[in-house]
Design a protein around this ligand. Sequence first.
Ligand SMILES: C[S@@+](CC[C@H](N)C(=O)[O-])C[C@H]1O[C@@H](n2cnc3c(N)ncnc32)[C@H](O)[C@@H]1O
Length: 218
Amino acid sequence: MPLGPAFDDALAGGLAALGLEVDAAARARLAAFAERLLAWNRKVNLTAITGPAEVAELHLVDSLALLRTLGGAATLLDVGSGAGLPGVALACARPGLEVTCCDVVQKKVAFLKAVTAELDLPVRARAVRAAGDPEAEGLPRCEAVVSRAFTDPARWLPLGARYLAPGGRLFAMLGREAGGEAELAALGAEHGLALEALDRFTLPRSGHARAVARFRAR
Ligand SMILES: C[S@@+](CC[C@H](N)C(=O)[O-])C[C@H]1O[C@@H](n2cnc3c(N)ncnc32)[C@H](O)[C@@H]1O
């Protein structure tokens, strides 16, 4: 079922506010992803956010904000992907990006497999509990490693760093509680990571403050 103008407006407004260029084909993939997410949500608990405009801004635009700091990464691992956020949203927006999503809940991974096959996206979905041992878990080491709403930075940095390919970047997606640059840099240093960028932004419709922190191995 089409999501209607509220979805299109919130997506367009959010992308414009963040200065993100996402072409018409990618927007169509994002809409198709959101439609299937809401359709599956009636039988599998994937998200509490169900209004079309809210899905566009709080899920899709928030996920796509990562494009501002992603650089030229060719491979991306999304840990605790849930309904595919941010991994599937990023695959919709950047066709060349090879994405692996993992989640411990089998039903969510069934959704990820179904939606990415239907939309013909280069996404692998794995049902596994990420515990920091990529080889044993069948997860790749990637140039970009990310999670959203998965755990706090103090736990995420040491775990996520285990999945970095040489020269890769680790991303922490942060909400209102994002610490200052000095605090994040100190936390990174504890785990052998250098803070490279702290990108703060505000989602225009909701006014929610967000940030993305990017780290590299020292
Ligand atoms: C709050 S949800 C966030 C989902 C999605 N990233 C989002 O932003 O909407 C956290 C997800 O992490 C998954 N999860 C929790 N611990 C995990 C682990 N160790 N490995 C993989 N997935 C995990 C849960 O099943 C859940 O789907």
